[in-house]
Design a protein around this ligand. Structure first.
Ligand code: URP
Ligand code: ZN
Ligand code: ZN
Length: 523
């Protein structure tokens, strides 16, 4: 398939089907110096170049995983896939960019945590990456640091937790303040939508009933705990006209809430993950404790086996917008921290390597979505929402040369025995997937081919993202202009005035504000 010349200065991908989110065309793609230089029919490149024959293959934008936690210190241990191994595995699966999370501890500086995470990731990453920053507490300093991060550090997305009580969770008034600041600085607010108070109560109840195994994790936080928080986040975001992105939508109930909100015209995006699209929570009831614990993540994979298919239907129809993985991997011995108490099982699953194949298999091969929608949900929509489109997420002149040669007919069986991740099990073990990345090109370099990775730590670069993504903010800005509440003009009241008999109750200022967008006309 491959025709080599020695030390080629560029790469010519010949005769593949070039797939973007809006169309597919047979053509050639010429790459030089990390960029796509030309896309067209029968390109004649006079120089010495490497030629890759892509006949009968698809040429797609490299996948963008919107949600990873490489080497995250969490629940008393540290995720085993670090920025080096995790991003190599991503490339082997056809993903050429990840968006990871900076998660500062409560009371700690967001900026310092961000800078530390950059120092950790920069020398290790094998593919490009960018960072979301979590807001885990609230103060004037946090507010200022959000502005600095958005203006100077290339961060245009902040994640707020409604779960992990006393660790990361924010109260509603803090969510309100954080969302308002996101809007102010042109960022998108992200939420981990689960009711942390209900989870804490539910966990106590399950343990008191003698349910200590992994099934207790879902039983203490059923679907409505996710759906309620999702609805609450949407309501709060709407109150401040802030765009909202719901990370890891895991249940049919929460997905319906997102879908209904979109139909009501809210600027909200839902992110299902590979785990939720490819497997389900019945595994947490498995008799083998280690098997069951391997599927524990938050929000939980749902025991309703119709969930993955339902989430995929919504993803295909644009009710859900984009896909990540929440890749946060703990090996079995780490999961065993919770062997006697499910609340101590480190939460997280794999996905960064297998997301593309799982979505192709369950989405495209199944007939739910076409190849163009596949590109939309695996790369372009992420690039649009997080404001680096068409630098990435598109095969076009001047775009970054993050390109995958995808064989839609080839199959592979997912297994921990063959995967490139550090974690010692795989939640998709045994899944046969159509759709295989045969070559991955990152920053104009072939980094994966013939099943071999050829990439060094530090090959990837940090991608700086500007605030006020047009894809997200055009509607927000217009609404800000035309949907301002206005006072009714009326004559002053001149009737009898009863003097107060009691001191008026003091009430927090923000609760007095009115945010009605549909004010009745009383004229
Ligand atoms: O179980 C999960 N999701 N672990 C990572 C932390 C988070 O909430 O995303
Ligand atoms: Zn989360
Ligand atoms: Zn996460």
């Amino acid at each position: 398939v491959l025709a080599h010349s020695e030390s080629p200065s560029g790469i010519l991908i010949k005769g593949g089907k070039v797939v973007n989110e809006d169309c597919s065309v047979i053509g050639d793609v010429y790459i030089e110096n990390g960029k796509i230089v030309e896309v067209g029919l029968n390109l004649q490149i006079p120089k010495r170049v490497r030629v890759i024959d892509a006949t009968d293959k698809l040429v797609i934008p490299g996948g963008i995983d919107t949600h990873t936690h490489m080497e995250l210190a969490f629940m008393g241990t540290r995720a085993v896939d670090d920025f080096h191994i995790g991003t190599k595995a991503a490339l082997a699966g056809g993903t050429t960019m990840i968006l990871d999370f900076v998660i500062p501890q409560k009371g700690k500086s967001l900026l310092e945590a961000h800078d530390r995470w950059r120092e950790t990731a920069d020398p290790k990453v094998c593919c490009d990456y960018s960072l979301h920053v979590a807001v885990t507490w609230w103060s004037d300093k946090v507010k200022k640091e959000m502005e600095t991060l958005a203006r100077e550090k290339g961060v245009n997305s902040f994640k707020m937790f409604m779960a992990y009580k006393d660790v990361f969770m924010l109260q509603d008034s803090e969510l309100y303040a954080a969302f308002a600041q996101c809007k102010e600085v042109g960022a998108i607010a992200q939420v981990h939508a689960e009711n942390g108070d209900l989870i804490a109560e539910g966990a106590k109840k399950m343990l008191s009933m003698g349910i200590t195994g992994p099934e207790g994790h879902e039983l203490c936080r059923p679907e409505e705990v996710e759906a309620e928080a999702t609805q609450r986040a949407i309501t709060i975001a709407h109150a401040v006209n802030c765009p909202l992105y719901v990370v890891h939508v895991m249940s049919k109930s929460a997905a319906k809430v997102v879908s209904n909100a979109r139909r009501d015209g809210r600027v909200v995006f839902g992110e299902p993950i590979a785990a939720g699209l490819g497997t389900d929570g019945t595994h947490c009831w498995h008799k083998d404790w280690a098997h069951a614990a391997g599927f524990v993540m938050g929000p939980p994979l749902r025991p309703d086996p119709s969930t993955p298919g339902y989430l995929m239907d919504l993803l295909a129809n644009d009710d859900l917008s984009v896909t990540g993985t929440d890749n946060c991997t703990f090996s079995v011995c780490q999961k065993a921290l919770g062997k006697d108490d499910f609340t101590k099982i480190p939460n997280g699953v794999n996905g960064v390597e297998d997301r593309m194949s799982v979505i192709w298999e369950k989405g495209v091969h199944s007939g739910k979505m076409d190849e163009n929608r596949f590109v939309a949900v695996t790369s372009s929509n992420a690039a649009k929402i997080f404001n680096f489109y068409p630098q990435k997420g598109r095969i076009a002149k001047n775009s970054d040369a993050d390109v995958v040669i995808w064989d839609p007919r080839m199959t592979r069986k997912i297994s921990a025995k063959t995967h490139h991740q550090a974690v010692d099990y795989n939640i998709f073990e045994g899944m046969e997937c159509h759709g295989v990345p045969v070559i991955t090109i990152s920053r104009g370099k072939v980094v994966y081919e013939d099943g071999q990775l050829k990439v060094s730590p530090g090959h990837g670069q940090f991608i700086h993202r500007k605030p006020f993504s047009e894809f997200v903010y055009k509607r927000i800005k217009q609404r800000e202009q035309v949907r301002k509440p206005t006072a009714v003009t009326r004559k002053p009241y001149e009737g009898h005035l009863k003097s107060p008999t009691m001191q008026p109750r003091s009430y927090p200022l923000h609760k007095q504000q009115v945010f009605s967008q549909r004010q009745p006309s009383l004229e």
